[in-house]
Design a protein around this ligand. Sequence first.
Ligand SMILES: *Cc1c(COP(=O)(O)O)cnc(C)c1O
Length: 493
Amino acid sequence: MNYNSTRGLKIGATAAQAIKTGLCPDGGLFMPEAIPAITDEEIRALCGMDYAKRAAFILGKYLTDYTAEELLSYAEAAYAKEKFGERPAPVTPLSDRKYLLELYHGPTCAFKDMALQIMPRLFSGALRKTGETKTALILVATSGDTGKAALEGYRDIPGTKIQVFYPADGVSRTQKKQMQTQEGKNVSVYGIEGNFDDAQSGVKRIFSDEKMKAALAEKGVFLSSANSINWGRLVPQIVYYISAYCDLLADGAIAAGEEIDVCVPTGNFGNIFAAFLAKKMGLPIGRLVCASNENNVLTEFLSTGTYDRNRPFHTTMSPSMDILISSNLERLLYTVAGAEETAGYMRSLAESGKYTVSEETFSEIRRHFSGYCATEEQTAEILRQTYLQDERLVDPHTAVALAAAKAYRENEKSPRALLVASTASPYKFAGDVYRSITGVAAEESSLPGVLKEATGEPIPVPIASLEDRAVRFSEVIGKEKMDQAVRDFAAEN
Ligand SMILES: *Cc1c(COP(=O)(O)O)cnc(C)c1O
C-alpha cells in the first residue's frame, strides 16, 4: 500500500516513510492510494480475538511494509493489561440503544492514548525501515492532553527523545502534575511563561529554523512532531470502531450486518474521520454524527457546505475541541472530491480563511455525516442528566457528544443503535464535572477528592497516584529560552 498527498503530489511513499515524514512536501496529508475492504467473515473472525490481535489485523491492511509479527508485538506492548486494564476500549450500554465506546482507560486517561501508545512504536519501526541513523527529537507544544499522552507514548522508545512545552498558567492542576512527574530516560518538560499560542509559536519557529536544524544534525538529531495529522496517529483509531462493532455483535446488541450510527466529539476531525474510514472499509455504519462545542465551525460546514474559520474563538469546558482549523477534514475532502478540488479549497482556506465545497461534494458528504453542536449550558445539563438518569459520570467532551446524539435522534429519528465515543475520564476535568452535577464550584485544591465523595465513582489510578509522585520537571522559562532548551536536550545522552 502506497501513500500520496491529499493535494495531488504522487509520492508513492511506503507507510513507514509516511509515518516518519508526517507531512507531504506540497503541504498535503498522506492518504493511502486505496481504502482496503473488510469482509463480514473477517469481522466475524475478529470477534473471537483480543484487542491487540484485532489491532494488528486491521493495521496490517494499511501498513503493508510492516510484518504481521511486528504489528502484533507493537499492539501487544501498546495495549498491555498494565496500561489499559483487561479491555482497552470497552463498550457499555446507556438508555435507548445508546452505547458508550470508552476510550479513556489508558495511562493518561484520555483517548489520545489509544493512538499515542502505538504510534511511537510504529515511528521507531519506521526509522529502522528507512535506514535512519539519527535520533528523532519529538517537539510538542501542548494545551494539556496531547503533551502528557505523547510523553507516555514516547518514553524510552528507541531512536527517539521527546520534549514538551506547556503554558505554565494555561493547564489544569492535574495536567501540570501529570507532566511534571513524567518518568522515562528520554523525556524533557518545560513550562513556558505565556499562553498556549506562545508555546506553539515557539515550537513552530524552531521547526523552521535552518541554523537549528544544522546544529542538531551535527549532534545526530533531527526534529519531528507527534501531531494528529500524522498517519501513524490516525490509523490506530480505525481499530476501535471495528472492535466496538464486534463487541456489540458478541453481546447480542445488534445482529450480523446490522447498521449502527456513530457519534464523535470532534476537534481536529481525526477521530471521526477514522470512523468514516471504517465505514468505507465496509463496517456497517449508518450515519456519522459530528459533535462540536460552541466552536461550531464543523456544524456550520455540515449544514451549509461553507467552512469559515473567521469567527470568535470560545474557551469552553471541552478544551480539546476548542479548534477552528480541523486539519483532518482535508482527508475527507480528498476522499470525496479528489486531490485537485481539495488543493483548491486549501488554497482558499489559506488566503481567506474559508471555502465552499461544490454541490456534488457537499451532497456526498451529507450522505454520511450529520453535525450538531452544544452550548456550555446544554453540555452541563446533559452531563447532569446522564449522571442522574443513566447513573453514568462522563467528562465534558463526552457530554458534548451526548448532547449532539440527543439532537440527532430527535431531528432525524434514526432507529439504529448509536455508539457514542467517550474520550476522557471525568476526573481529568473534575472541576467542570463537579460544577455541572452539583451546580456549585469546588475549590481547586479539593479536587479530585470532592468529586469522588459526591459520586462514589473511583478515581483512576494514574490520577489518584499523582500526589505521591516526585516532581522531576518544575522549571518555567521565558519563550525566548526555548531554543537553548532544545539544543541542551539534544546534546544530552
Ligand atoms: C483530542 C480530543 C478530542 C477531539 O479529537 P479529534 O481527533 O481532534 O477530533 C475529543 N475529546 C478529547 C478528550 C480529546 O483529548
